[in-house]
Write a protein that binds this ligand. Structure first.
Ligand code: 5GP
Ligand code: ZN
Length: 112
């Protein structure tokens, strides 16, 4: 989608700090990190939110990539969290599906 910020990141129009990329997925560091490690994993194809996913292979590529990145960065020793915000009350601010991969501090539970 031409005016979507994450589509622009995925196609290289907006430079970003990429940590992983394959045919279906791109992953880059969040510009406003909420933890020492804060990576966003997105489908390259524009999908507005988790509610708009109609093909379960999106989940396997998104979550599979996140787990692979966590393993490559050695995050599993201390643990990490994966979060997908959906819609207004879910806290979604960018309308292109993204998975937050957070680590590097005690993240606490439950969320605020
Ligand atoms: P949401 O609130 O939609 O779940 O998360 C959106 C995330 O995208 C936020 O954590 C925000 O900091 C991040 N973000 C917004 N714009 C940009 C950008 O241009 N570049 C990067 N790397 N992250 C962004
Ligand atoms: Zn998009």
């Amino acid at each position: 989608m031409s005016d979507c910020i994450f589509c622009k990141i995925a196609n290289g129009e907006i430079p970003s700090d990429f940590v992983y990329e394959d045919e279906n997925v791109a992953a880059f560091r969040d510009v406003n990190p909420q933890a020492p490690v804060h990576i966003l994993v997105i489908p390259k194809k524009h999908i507005a939110s988790s509610a708009a996913v109609d093909d379960s292979s999106v989940w396997s590529s998104l979550m599979g990539s996140a787990v692979k990145i966590a393993r490559e960065l050695g995050l599993e020793a201390d643990g990490y969290r994966m979060v997908i915000n959906t819609g207004e009350q879910g806290g979604q601010s960018v309308p292109h599906l993204h998975l937050h991969l957070l680590a590097g501090r005690n993240l606490g539970w439950p969320p605020g």
